[in-house]
Design a protein around this ligand. Structure first.
Ligand code: GDP
Ligand code: MG
Length: 389
């Protein structure tokens, strides 16, 4: 029989972000190693994290690794991703749903372009709390590390993360068992425990889970995974699939987190739901599972948009009505056509109101934040103001 998950501590979703090769995956492995020695984790080696199974859905491939661990006061689900594009997709579609992030910066290399972009991205998608791991401190000249720290302070201040702790670590040395660097990982985890607050969870709201992935478990049926956005779910509850095609309702016959059974999944949990009588093909990334009758799919809505400037990674040319970018709404990724309100043309840096028509009905809500992307770059951030049919 499967082990049961006992909820003794608050659960938070965090993850590593930062420039490629600054040591995100090494640090993730080191955290599980250090905590495994205290019974707070199962050690997950570098190779197991870096070779995450690809989740392929409708042409977009997303690489994401989930590990779990516990400190004295919290239970964490931690995501790590191999490439910059994976961060962009997961963070803006909300698949990562981070309550806080560990920004990994190499003390030897300093701030690099993806460091900046991830800080910006974190701010745009509403990650309120960041802790910095100034990594590779083992081989860094201390004066150079001081300089990097000064630059980091400036970057953090600029984006409203002025109170972020910066902890010097060496993921690699901690992984090798060096006691001084093991202690540094413990300091980093204390900073995470202290600095990232437990977010408000909407447990009384109707259940909603944006689908990240679906898989077939031989002999058991179809399992759907994702982070519960609001409400609670238990075995025997019914859920309705909304958006991106034929909806259905199904009875939940199993609720798990990290391979352990749960009596009740709740907002914030990284959950796997077993659905009775559903084929894998019926469920797709981008749909949501909701309490029946509480949410509907829409193709048209009005939104307020902020167009990123070129220095923020956006376009350098204006957009006009008829513009057709890709919209990232929760875990969905759908083309949409824009009609600008009150203007013919919007420039990077502008805030405008637009009517948007999606290619497919998608589960959306009033006040839902989303991103607009084109040719691999984020060009705008939006918030839904009014839903139409
Ligand atoms: P990621 O791309 O950010 O996930 O970076 P990786 O974890 O794959 O690390 C990239 C390279 O940096 C690897 O060769 C690691 O062994 C090395 N590395 C990671 N952490 C440290 C560290 O703390 N000190 C040193 N000296 N090297 C490190
Ligand atoms: Mg990596």
């Amino acid at each position: 029989a499967k082990q049961a998950y006992t909820r003794t501590k608050p659960h938070l979703n965090i993850g590593t972000m930062g420039h490629v090769d600054h040591g995100k995956t090494t640090l993730t492995a080191a955290i599980t190693k250090v905590l495994s020695e205290r019974g707070g984790a199962k050690y997950v080696p570098f190779d197991r994290i870096d070779r995450a199974p690809e989740e392929t859905a409708r042409g977009i491939t997303i690489n994401i690794s989930h590990v779990e661990y516990e400190t004295a006061s919290r239970h964490y689900a931690h995501v790590d991703m191999p490439g910059h594009a994976d961060y962009v997709k997961n963070m803006i579609t909300g698949a990562a749903q981070l309550d806080g992030a560990i920004l990994v910066v190499s003390a030897q290399d300093g701030i690099m372009p993806q460091t900046r972009e991830h800080v910006l991205l974190a701010r745009r998608v509403g990650v309120e709390h960041v802790v910095v791991a100034l990594n590779k401190a083992d081989g860094a000249d201390p004066e150079l590390a001081d300089l990097v720290e000064l630059e980091l302070r400036e970057l953090l201040d600029e984006h409203g993360y002025g109170d972020s702790p910066i902890v010097r670590v060496s993921g690699l040395r901690a992984l090798e068992g060096d006691p001084a660097w093991t202690e540094a990982i413990e300091s980093l985890l204390r900073a995470v425990d202290d600095h990232i607050p437990v977010p408000v969870r909407y447990l009384d709201a109707p259940f909603l889970l944006p689908v990240e992935n679906s898989l077939t478990v031989t002999g058991r049926g179809t399992v759907v995974t994702g982070v519960i956005e609001r409400g609670t779910i238990a075995v025997g509850d019914r859920v309705e699939a909304v958006g991106l095609g034929e909806g259905f309702t199904a009875v939940v016959t199993g609720v798990e987190t990290f391979g352990k059974t749960m009596e009740r999944g709740q907002a914030g949990d990284n959950a796997a739901l077993l659905l009775r009588g559903i084929r894998r093909e019926q469920v797709r990334r981008g749909m949501v599972l909701a309490a029946p009758g509480t949410l509907s799919a829409h193709r048209r809505f009005t939104a307020r948009l902020y167009l990123l400037t070129e220095s923020e990674g956006g376009r350098h040319r204006p957009i006009t009505s008829g513009y057709r970018p890709q919209l990232y709404l929760r875990t969905a990724d759908v083309p949409g056509t824009l009609t600008l309100r009150d203007t013919d043309l919007a420039l990077p840096g502008d805030t405008v109101v637009a009517d948007i028509e999606l290619a497919k009905p998608t589960a959306v809500d009033h006040d839902l934040g989303f991103a607009l992307r084109e040719g691999g770059r984020t060009v705008a951030a939006g918030v839904i103001q009014e839903l139409h049919t």
